[in-house]
Design a protein around this ligand. Sequence first.
Ligand SMILES: [Zn+2]
Length: 269
Amino acid sequence: MSRWLHKLERIARPLDVPHVFPAIVAGQTFFYLVSLLGLFDESRLWFSWAAVFAGEWWRLLTFLVAPPNVHWVWFAFAVSCLFSLGNALAQEWGTPRFNLFILLGAVLTISAALLSPNEPIGSGFIAGTIFLAFAYLNPNYIFQIYFIFPVRAKYLALLTLFLYTLAFVSGGMATRLSVIAALGNCAVFLGPQLLADLRGGRRQLAFRARQKAAHREAAAAGPRHVCVVCGKSSDTHPHEDFRYRADDRCYCSEHLRAPLAGASAEAGR
Ligand SMILES: [Zn+2]
């Protein structure tokens, strides 16, 4: 583990609070249901600096449990995905680091919101950042989209990054801020590993290139030994025992006892 992660771990130690993430998911589900029934206006959970300065300070926390504004079929699917991914990540990282991950995502979101104090922001960054982190750590994990189509996590992550780019270019300020927070959070937690992987990848490429060059040179130089009688070579018969005789020419084990090459050529005439 890198020094960076050790440092994160130390910062995160006091955050060893269980059930934070399940509580967030439960909160989102609860507020989704009561909003669906018309009992609550979910926009009262959203975060904006303008509202906080107007005295609605609870928004500094409640945006975490603001449900996404989507159809219930999609919500049920998204929330169950989010729950299992978050739990998987928490298991891989341990609760403190995972809690720090969510906390830092929230802080990034709140800080980025300074750029646009009037724009209300929900909890969109949580799903994005958890999904990307999970996909980076488990690139070959297979998701069953709608329980039917198997897709590897890395391809879904690439699609997510593509959609993020589109959203960033064409979306409103709130969308852009969520994108910045989700990606920034992943960069902090996965950046060192990402760099190490890239460096490792480059080293591996260089090693492979050197190996290839060596092979090419060997191939260009031709086989080390070639039997003058039958043409067997150390390339075609790597286990053959080639010997050199008094005439300083090469023979395979089969032709070692044959008359000397020059003599046999004359005998053949
Ligand atoms: Zn031979």
